[in-house]
Design a protein around this ligand. Structure first.
Ligand code: DC
Length: 227
């Protein structure tokens, strides 16, 4: 075990509850929680801000190399991703548009390598749950516990639809479903570090489980390593 505890990876498709589960379990354990998608989202935001084409691998790499990442732990366990000392915030990081650009910039192997190195630094001392697409396969192939969360595209679209409705918006279910399917396809068919479960990952289908049930299952896997 590393000096601050275990390294736990949670990978899976978008909208399966990776962040809610990871943050809750990290809080229980007194660990930090890093959503690595926010690093790709921060890169996407900078690419957008600098008017760089997301398809231009060399230009995206240049933006990635210029970004100074740091991490600031919040009381709820979450590690805020700071770029050049600034937290960009949920509005910039979590807009639909940033998500789509993130999915594109994350296809470039060299830019991925820059962000992967930063993720390894963040987790080097352990005591961390890291959530993403390639944490158990590429970033920390030696993670102590590897979880892979999945759920049907329809169920994930339902959840997103409800969230947006509760936020006072008028979402379109078919558009949400199409966008989820498009992102799944891109994330799992790219050449560089495609989304797939590590051979030694515990796969949990969350379609018919409550958040609490998923948290309990993940805790059982971790407790096997702690006790
Ligand atoms: O999990 P998310 O929606 O915040 O991630 C945004 C995008 O970043 C997603 O489309 C794929 C990419 N990503 C990645 O390629 N590897 C990771 N470890 C995390 C995210």
């Amino acid at each position: 075990m590393r000096e601050n505890g275990l390294v736990i990876s949670i990978d899976g498709t978008a909208g399966t509850g990776k962040s809610s589960v990871g943050k809750a379990v990290a809080f229980q354990l007194g660990y930090g929680f890093l959503s690595t998608g926010e690093m790709y989202r921060a890169l996407a935001y900078k690419v957008f801000e600098k008017n760089v084409a997301p398809e231009d691998a060399q230009a995206v790499l240049k933006v990635a190399n210029e970004m100074v990442f740091s991490f600031e732990r919040q009381p709820d366990a979450k590690l805020h991703v700071l770029v050049d000392g600034v937290y960009l915030g949920p509005d910039k990081l979590h807009s639909e548009e940033t998500g789509n650009v993130a999915s594109k910039v994350s296809t470039h192997a060299q830019a991925r390598a820059v962000l992967t190195a930063k993720m390894r630094e963040a987790g080097a001392r352990g005591g961390i749950i890291m959530e993403g697409r390639d944490i158990g396969t590429v970033v920390f192939p030696d993670a102590d516990v590897k979880i892979y969360l999945d759920a049907s595209a329809q169920e994930r679209a339902n959840r997103r639809f409800k969230q947006l409705k509760e936020a006072g918006q008028s979402p379109d279910y078919d558009k949400i479903l199409a966008s989820i399917q498009e992102r799944d396809y891109r994330d799992s068919h790219r050449a560089a570090s495609p989304l797939k479960p590590a051979a030694d990952a515990v796969i949990i289908d969350t379609s018919d489980l409550t958040l609490e049930e998923v948290i309990a299952k993940v805790r059982r896997e971790i407790d096997k390593k702690i006790h």
